[in-house]
Design a protein. Structure first.
Length: 250
């Protein structure tokens, strides 16, 4: 339940579960704040989540109600997240992400096994006869109010490069380079390859868990972001220290 609080950009949510993880500040200057977002903490208010979001916690920490995210990470995904604190700089940083001028590198844990043949889209092996690295191309659709995204025939709108980085017994670390930014793209692409990400409670099937069950986080981390700063012209690179856990423990 939510009611207005009388403060711009804020509302009061009653009986909201608390998420006991805090974002770690990686970098800040007069225009941006970069944080290492933990698993389970939403980027910004939506649905039942308000106080337990990166946006509201950062606004309260800095006492700056104008802070906004330059982009988003799924609640289940951890890693590097950029927020803009200077309203005059919002558009410049948001356009970096909208125009795909940010190099994003993710890492995940998933099974070690032969890849499956997806029902639609293409898989291109970039160093044949080796399976990896490969490029997955498909059309990914996500409707508001529907938990899962899905792939369908049609013009490609989602492209991901997948590399096998290291093995951990029956699991492996995969490094993912999304060339596009569709919602749940990496989770959908890995699942389509028969390599669902460890801890994924949406793919291949929806699994219901309690809101206070933090025992099996999604093993997907936005590991690194790189871009040219639109104001200074300098090259920025930020790295997450959130570990991947082969046991899937929080």
């Amino acid at each position: 339940m939510a009611v207005g609080s009388g403060q711009r950009g804020h509302r009061m949510v009653l009986e909201e579960p608390r998420i006991p993880f805090e974002p770690r500040i990686i970098y800040e200057d007069q225009r941006i704040i970069v944080v290492d977002k933990p698993h389970f903490l939403a980027t910004m208010p939506r649905g039942m989540w308000y106080a337990s979001t990166v946006l509201i916690r950062m606004r309260r920490l800095y006492g700056e109600p104008d802070i906004i995210p330059a982009h988003r990470l799924d609640r289940a995904t951890a890693g590097v997240l950029v927020l803009v604190r200077d309203p005059s700089a919002r558009r410049a940083y948001q356009m970096l992400f909208q125009e795909h001028r940010v190099r994003k590198i993710y890492q995940c844990l998933a099974p070690v096994r032969p890849i499956a043949r997806p029902r639609t889209g293409t898989v291109r092996h970039l160093d044949p006869p080796r399976v990896f690295p490969l490029e997955r191309r498909s059309r990914v659709i996500k409707r508001r109010g529907v938990l899962q995204a899905w792939e369908e025939r049609g013009p490609v709108n989602a492209v991901t490069r997948v590399e096998l980085t290291a093995g951990h017994g029956c699991l492996a670390t995969y490094t993912l380079y999304p060339k596009t930014g569709k919602t749940h793209q990496l989770r959908v692409h890995m699942n389509a390859l028969g390599l669902p990400i460890v801890g994924d409670d949406l793919y291949p099937r929806i699994q219901t868990r309690a809101y206070d069950d933090f025992s099996r986080p999604l093993q997907l981390v936005a590991r690194r972001l790189e871009f040219t700063d639109p104001f200074t012209g300098g090259r920025r690179a930020f790295v997450s220290s959130v570990p991947l856990d082969p046991q899937g423990e929080a």
